[in-house]
Design a protein around this ligand. Structure first.
Ligand SMILES: [Zn+2]
Length: 244
């Protein structure tokens, strides 16, 4: 493990000692795998199962949508890689709601779910399908017209495929600025998810929800992140992801 990673984890573990309330928050992964990995960002299924056990043992409830300031965890998966679909039976067995952020132009692409699999997810009430833009462009780097296209086209494509409203979006690589937020609001994306850690009801920016990446967290780090230990680094994440 790189020294910078070890230092980051130590800071997160230490900071978590100062949080006593179990405030509700969103955590996210990219994929899970039992044998074949579809992305280097994938979490081994045993690690994922341990995380779920820790969440439940600590008295949190896993929900599709957070409604209470205390005690609820929402789980998201980004990019719609194939591993989650291959392990759909595990998710059904665990009965955990999952929000899946889909890049609309990646449907049917190698290592990603196809249209049929997307429909199967949508058919199951455990899964909520949301937008992760049309082609995963970094929204801070493109023109206003392109941002609008990325957000509008993915919403339209997903809604016509699924036959239901898509009202949440996650910004690719967590990058956003005021213009991105304005456009997302104008397109009626009621919830916008970032990669800046934060509790659900302490929005990192108006209309933007914080999330914590937990895909490689061991037991101690995962418990620290649940408590909010990673929030101490949010100034650094804001610097990295948010541009005026
Ligand atoms: Zn992504």
């Amino acid at each position: 493990m790189a020294l910078s990673t070890r230092i980051r984890i130590s800071i997160v573990n230490f900071a978590s000692l100062f949080y006593f309330k179990k405030k509700s928050k969103v955590i996210f992964y990219h994929d899970i795998h039992s044998d074949k990995k579809y992305t280097e960002m994938s979490t081994p299924i045993e690690v994922f199962k341990n995380h779920i056990q820790i969440i439940l043992e600590n008295g949190y409830e896993i929900v599709a949508e957070i409604t209470k300031p205390i005690g609820q965890i929402e789980i998201c998966f980004d990019d719609a890689f194939l591993g989650l679909f291959k392990n759909i039976e595990l998710i059904k067995k665990l009965k955990i709601p999952i929000q899946l952020f889909v890049i609309s132009s990646y449907i049917n692409k190698k290592n990603h779910i196809n249209k049929q699999q997307l429909l199967e997810f949508n058919y199951d009430s455990l899964f909520t399908i949301s937008s992760h833009t049309k082609s995963h462009k970094i929204l801070n780097d493109i023109s206003e017209e392109e941002i609008r296209g990325e957000l509008k086209d993915s919403k339209h494509e997903l809604e016509s495929l699924l036959g239901c409203e898509v009202s949440s979006i996650c910004f690719p690589e967590g990058a956003f600025n005021n213009r991105v937020v304005q456009i997302a609001n104008s397109l009626n994306y009621k919830k916008q998810y970032s990669c800046i850690p934060g509790f659900y009801f302490n929005q990192v920016f108006p209309s933007v929800i914080g999330r914590s990446l937990v895909q490689f967290a061991n037991k101690t780090e995962f418990e620290s992140i649940l408590k909010g230990g990673d929030h101490i680094l949010s100034f650094w994440y804001k610097y990295k992801y948010y541009k005026k």
